[in-house]
Design a protein. Structure first.
Length: 136
């Protein structure tokens, strides 16, 4: 399997691990948004969040909940962003599902995503389209 994260799980690539159990692993992102940025992964390979079994995701989010305050405190931060990039268009570079825990510091100069505006009636139309997709 040509997957960087599977290689980390197998011990074939190094990682600065901050959590490990039988099914999950967390380690420092090699190219952090802020220092202390952690990736949390299931050891089992699943490409993206949308094709990962729900029981794995439930256990993953429980680990995130325990780990995130430690990440914040270890990084000397005041909060965190939790991120999942799902699909290439969303910036997913590694096709092994992972949650980013990004510690946030006062005045760290990370800018929020810009907000767009809906035209008249457009919000309702998007809501309808999403509801329809859920039904099909
Ligand atoms: P994403 O864009 O959501 O797929 O994020 C992939 C993340 O993996 C990026 O933030 C990379 O910096 C990080 N990354 C890639 N290779 C490694 C590695 N060998 N060890 C730690 N983090 C890595
Ligand atoms: Zn993998």
């Amino acid at each position: 399997m040509d997957c960087i994260f599977c290689k980390i799980v197998a011990g074939e690539l190094p990682a600065a691990k901050v959590y490990e159990d039988k099914r999950f692993l967390a380690f420092l992102d090699i190219n952090p948004i802020n220092k202390g940025h952690v990736l949390v992964i299931p050891k089992e390979h699943h490409e993206a969040l949308t094709n990962t079994p729900v029981d794995i995701l439930k256990d993953l989010i429980a680990i995130v909940k325990t780990l995130a305050p430690a990440v914040v405190s270890g990084a000397g931060g005041a909060g965190f962003n939790l991120g999942v990039n799902n699909g290439k268009v969303a910036g997913q570079l590694v096709d092994h599902v992972h949650f980013h825990i990004i510690p946030r510091l006062d005045n760290d100069n990370l800018h929020p995503w810009p907000g767009k505006q809906y035209a008249e009636g457009e919000k309702e139309s998007y809501a309808q389209r999403i509801l329809k997709s859920l039904e099909s």
